[in-house]
Design a protein around this ligand. Structure first.
Ligand code: PAF
Length: 456
């Protein structure tokens, strides 16, 4: 018989949990006709169902190959559970146990018999099974819901709200320790740096981070180094407790904050913070209108990345030029992978931004003109317009119609960002900055992309 791939979930919440699980893995490694291929890290989770007050579980899963028939393999698992004291006839449902082994998949076999149902019937509803499975097989498609393991896990985490699981670190050093502990357990940390006043755009980044990493961590720090205007820094909205509630609701793992002197000990000693050169993408546009802004962004991001040491860091495409600056930084540091996520928009097209809440009702009704201008430029691109000057004129005309004061309206080749675009354009990103009263808004759009869900 050719070997079949099987997936087994392991759990323990009684006695020496780690030793029990290691013992079970060892026993499977030395069992005849079984080859253990990979074992996930162990995850601590509180017990679900069963008597109240029982200790938390340590859960994991493993992939093996076997030539044993499904029921023989099940029997092997049950015999192991018995060795660890399980007495099926007398046990309390979902009660504490030294060893719990579940056969999740036996190849692609579907079976519905009194003693064995395959794939495991409750697998797709259980975070504590999907979490370790996701570390080994994130792309595995779950047969009942048709979703990949990572997608289903993200859905469940969001639905459960993750309430109560958000770890909070009030200073960078505590965050550094927490992240190091996660990495030591083999868990990848996805990182979302923010300045707080979180909105749906940030939450989408956290969901994305949770779908691709075992942990998602968010920093909230209004970074004075990146503000060229002190009034803008003071006015920037701050809402830490609301932020924490929102993050808990999407299952974020950790939130940390800190003060400037905690991020930069140089500052505490009264010395200037050494600023990082932000690279060529920082020239023009935001770089021209906000002198020093990108040096401040690169400097804080480098410090945050060093603290968190994330596998991946997530940024919104609304700050397109910032994404290029951060990609340049990550290349210089050698990590992390930078993931750029689509801009979250309101129903009327306005790009979500923490600054939107500073708009007066009149300004708020003017603001969607930015997105309208961008989508009009995209329509022109689709109709064949390739001349940057013509596309820029169109952007300005649309904004002028709404009485909006433009700072810049430019079309650039995203792959040759620091050059004036060559004609005819083969790729194009339109970028805008405008002032509505005291509020400065930016937005941008890939003119050549074919994204669904266009507003308006
Ligand atoms: O985009 C932001 O909110 C900030 O620029 C960042 C990346 C958190 C750095 O302070």
């Amino acid at each position: 018989m050719t070997p079949v791939t099987v997936w087994v979930a392991l759990g323990s919440n009684l006695g020496e949990r780690r030793a029990n699980l290691d013992g079970a893995v060892e026993a499977l490694c030395s069992a005849d006709e079984v080859e253990v291929v990979r074992v996930s890290p162990w995850f601590e989770t509180s017990a679900e169902g069963g008597p109240s007050g029982q200790p938390p579980f340590l859960n994991g899963c493993l992939e093996a190959r076997t030539t044993l028939a499904p029921r023989t393999f099940l029997w092997l698992l049950q015999r192991l559970e018995t060795q660890y004291g399980r007495e099926r006839a007398r046990e309390v449902r979902h009660g504490p146990r030294a060893l719990d082994l579940d056969l999740l998949f036996y190849g692609e076999l579907e079976l519905d018999s009194p003693e064995l149902v395959l794939p495991h019937p409750r697998l797709e509803e259980r975070v504590f099974v999907l979490e370790p499975l996701c570390t080994l097989a994130p792309e595995l498609v779950l047969p009942r819901c048709g979703r990949k393991v990572r997608e289903r896990l993200a859905e469940l985490r969001a639905a459960l709200g993750g309430a109560g699981t958000l770890e909070r670190c009030a200073e960078p050093e505590a965050a550094r320790r927490w992240c190091a502990e996660q990495r030591a357990q083999g868990l990848r940390v996805g990182f979302v740096p923010t300045m707080g006043a979180l909105h749906e755009g940030h939450l989408a980044l956290v969901r994305h981070a949770l779908a691709e990493n075992e942990r998602a961590c968010v920093s909230v720090f209004v970074n004075p180094l990146q503000f060229d205007d002190p009034r803008d820094y003071e006015r920037y909205p701050r809402a830490l407790e609301d932020d924490a509630r929102l993050l808990a609701s999407v299952g974020c793992s950790m939130l940390f904050t800190g003060r400037l002197e905690q991020f930069f000990p140089e500052h505490a000693r009264g010395e200037p913070v050494p600023l990082r050169a932000p690279g060529p993408a920082a020239e023009g546009l935001e770089g021209a209108f906000r002198p020093g802004h990108f040096a401040g962004v690169a400097t804080i991001c480098a410090r945050l990345f060093e603290l968190v040491r994330p596998a991946r860091a997530y940024f919104g495409a609304k700050d397109f030029q910032q994404c290029l600056v951060v990609q340049h930084l990550a290349r210089a540091l050698g990590f992390p992978e930078i993931v750029v996520c689509a801009t979250a928009r309101e129903a009327d097209g306005l790009a979500r931004s923490s600054r939107n809440q500073l708009l007066t009702p009149a300004e708020r009704s003017q603001a969607p003109a930015l997105a309208r201008a961008l989508f009009a430029a995209r329509a022109a691109w689709r109709a064949g317009a390739r001349d940057p000057a013509r596309l820029e004129a169109l952007l300005r005309a649309e904004l002028a119609r709404s009485g909006i004061q433009v700072e810049y309206a430019e079309v650039r080749d995203p792959e040759r960002f620091s050059e004036r675009p060559r004609e005819p354009l083969v790729r194009a990103r339109a970028l805008l900055a405008a002032r509505l009263g005291r509020v400065r808004l930016i937005d941008n759009l890939d003119l050549a992309a074919d994204e669904p869900g266009e507003p308006m």
